[in-house]
Design a protein around this ligand. Sequence first.
Ligand code: TYD
Length: 138
Amino acid sequence: MKTKIEDAVLIDIPKIVDPQGRGKLSFIERDVIPFSIKRVYYLYDVPSDSYRGGHAHKKLVQLMIPLSGSFEVLLDDGKKRKKVMLNKPDKGLLIPEGIWREMDNFSSGAICMVLASDNFDESDYFRDYDQFKQFKHF
Ligand code: TYD
């Protein structure tokens, strides 16, 4: 849980632009992200005034990709905060363990896909911000 805000970075996802103008294709292979994918989940039909996230993970590492539309992610390492706008399907946000995140400002039709390093485990969550801060070591 020594991760810092600087460890949450945007990752370039390879993109093939069709030479005949038939659209774009992106792909994620082992060397694109620094963990093995064990789970994929996605948020969709999110009302624009909704707020999601509001938690940190003890061990889980994730890559968040705006497959469609846009939304904002607030990141917080217990000391510093930064806000990232996700609006390109070829840019994914790597969120290491020990980083608090909140998502809002979802555009209409936004889809937030998340690649995760492990299965769902409620005991891996910090859902209380003060508790999360107590566990952070710098
Ligand atoms: P949660 O991670 O709290 O989503 P958010 O922070 O965006 O609101 O998950 C919402 C609910 O879905 C919660 O009851 C746990 C459940 N859930 C699963 O069962 N499996 C999963 O892979 C995920 C991500 C959530």
